[in-house]
Design a protein around this ligand. Structure first.
Ligand code: HEM
Length: 181
């Protein structure tokens, strides 16, 4: 997983909890990297899972809630760190419909070793977008947080529903977004 995700996570923990909490979760998670993340580095995805799990234990907040809150925070950070992805964009549904072929495709050019999820567009019209999320890392709560963060960013009235999709051994989640005029 890209270092930028780790550095943003650590900053969020520091801001919302404390620097002490950062040290405590690094110690509790016993991550091989020792917690010295740089934005340009790449670290095992398991380290993120270990850190979020440690934060959940220490803070008493459920793991899914933490992943969701992190995703919601992360979108705002991504919009600042990579302004060219959001510049000139005004429509939440149109932006999110391009997550696979435009946004993450560009991310892959920046970081050829990025491990990105898949977002297939199952339906798209002016008021409704259906996205299907699939990832070997399976972090639908993070995805929902990023979607909600994106909705916050564009400030339109959009609601999201998420439902697990039963398709055998590959877990996926369907996100249905509705825009209210
Ligand atoms: C400006 C917008 C965005 C940028 C620059 C961006 C960039 C990235 C980067 C750098 C990663 C880490 C890849 C790795 O660790 O190897 C990532 C992961 C991820 N992104 Fe995005 N992203 C953006 C918007 C979104 C949005 C709106 C969603 C949700 C629809 C999303 C869903 C995800 C998810 C769920 C992951 C975690 C990896 C996984 O599930 O396999 N991203 N993204």
């Amino acid at each position: 997983m890209k270092g930028v995700v780790f550095t943003e996570f650590m900053e969020m923990v520091e801001d919302h909890f404390s620097l002490r909490m950062v040290d405590e979760i690094i110690e509790e998670a016993a991550v091989p990297s020792g917690g010295a993340y740089t934005a340009v580095g790449t670290y095992p995805h398991e380290e993120m899972v270990a850190l979020v799990t440690a934060l959940s234990r220490r803070s008493g907040m459920p793991l899914p809630d933490l992943l969701y809150a992190f995703g919601r925070h992360l979108f705002g950070r991504f919009a600042r760190l990579y302004p060219r992805f959001v510049e000139g964009q005004t429509d939440t549904l149109r932006f999110l419909a391009g997550i696979e072929d435009i946004i993450h495709a560009e991310v892959l050019k920046l970081y050829p070793d990025a491990q990105l999820p898949r977002f297939d567009v199952e339906h798209q019209d002016e008021h409704r977008l259906v996205l299907v999320y699939r990832s070997p890392r399976h972090m639908p709560e993070l995805a929902l947080g990023l979607i909600e963060g994106c909705i916050d960013h564009f400030g339109q009235s959009v609601t999201v529903r998420s439902n697990p999709v039963d398709n055998g051994d590959q877990r996926s989640v369907r996100f249905e977004l509705l825009r209210h005029a």
